[in-house]
Write a protein that binds this ligand. Structure first.
Ligand code: CA
Ligand code: CA
Length: 333
């Protein structure tokens, strides 16, 4: 019965049936037809005004609620404040499989030349490393290989937060010198486990209100969700998206939980306002990955990472700057 009434109502609504294109036409369509224009109102009372004394990126209003008629468009003024040298957190996440030995040697030499000083006077810098899950078939589990997979190398591991975000570049460089490469067996690496931990763990030290950049450098392809079972490692449990670092900063659930999916990483990086920069040697591995992220950057790494500074400078100063400007105003929901 209700359907019939609705149908009847729709067929006799002369105001809608007139399909008036203007206010005047609408008013003349019949008794009871009216056109009411309203000023755009921001209904959320929790919007904060821009404070230019705060040296961080701000946008106002943060949230706007409006009602639209079908096909209606409205303009909204959005103010954006982007300090030229706002606070910046830079976390370098590096593949530590054996092919990255020359890359690590080069990064050690560049430590104090990292470009953070060029783009911010209030920066922190941190460092994490990853290889893969320490389980067969990803890793050679023979005792001597577990101890030292290659000459002059460290035991294999999944992810370790080596240097949480700190302000002192000299300490960062000194800590980096102690690092040795590691290794594992299968070619794709477990970097997705590392990205997830770097995004969700408070121990990394991301600061509230600063720009968060995550540089991900690798020469390899990556394992992704379901590989825990697909490669016969027997890991069926889905990733719970939580932080699982021990007191030494090591990820301790790697052999218990599967790798995360790409959509999971996109969501978690977004939730934590982290912009990924992929510095990779094999462009094709990462090319399709980057297009899933609303804001991300990619650069082709030399086999020895000798151009990593150029990739970072290019990504920070040029490409990301353009994208951040182009992303405003935010999408109206
Ligand atoms: Ca290399
Ligand atoms: Ca591997």
């Amino acid at each position: 019965m209700l359907h019939e009434l609705n149908f009847l109502f729709q067929t006799v609504n002369s105001c809608l049936a007139a399909r008036s294109g203007t206010c005047s036409d609408c008013l003349q369509a019949g008794v009871g037809c009216a056109y009411c224009s309203e000023e755009v109102r921001a209904e959320n009372q929790e919007n904060e005004a821009i404070n230019m004394n705060l040296q961080r990126s701000q946008v106002s209003p943060q949230e706007v609620s409006m009602t639209f008629l079908p096909g209606e468009t409205r303009e909204v003024d959005v103010n954006v404040f982007a300090p030229t040298k706002g606070p910046l957190d830079l976390y370098i996440l590096m593949d530590f499989s054996n092919s990255m030995k020359d890359d690590l040697d080069n990064l050690k030499k560049m430590g104090n030349k990292l470009v953070v000083q060029e783009i911010s006077s209030d920066y922190t810098i941190g460092f994490g490393k990853f290889v893969d899950k320490v389980i067969e078939p990803q890793t050679d589990m023979r005792p001597d290989k577990l101890k030292q997979p290659w000459p002059d190398s460290d035991s294999p591991f999944s992810f370790k937060n080596v240097i949480p975000l700190i302000k002192d570049v000299d300490s960062f460089t000194a800590e980096l010198q102690k690092e040795r490469i590691s290794g594992n067996l299968d070619a794709p690496e477990g970097g997705f486990d590392a990205i997830l931990q770097a995004a969700v763990c408070k121990e990394i030290g991301w600061r509230e209100g600063s720009t968060h950049l995550l540089v991900f450098s690798t020469e390899s392809a990556f394992h992704y969700e379901a590989d825990g079972a697909n490669v016969l490692a027997g890991i069926l449990q889905r990733n719970d998206e939580a932080c699982h670092l021990d007191e030494n900063g090591a990820y301790i659930q790697a052999t218990k939980q599967d790798y995360p999916s790409i959509p999971t990483l996109v969501r978690l990086l977004g939730n934590h306002n982290i912009i990924p920069i992929f510095a990779v040697t094999n462009y094709s591995y990462m090319y399709y990955l980057v297009k899933y992220f609303p804001i991300a950057e990619i650069g082709v790494l030399q086999e020895d990472s000798s151009n990593i500074l150029e990739i970072m400078r290019d990504a920070f100063v040029v490409k990301l700057g353009e994208k951040l400007c182009m992303s405003w105003p935010p999408e109206v929901k």
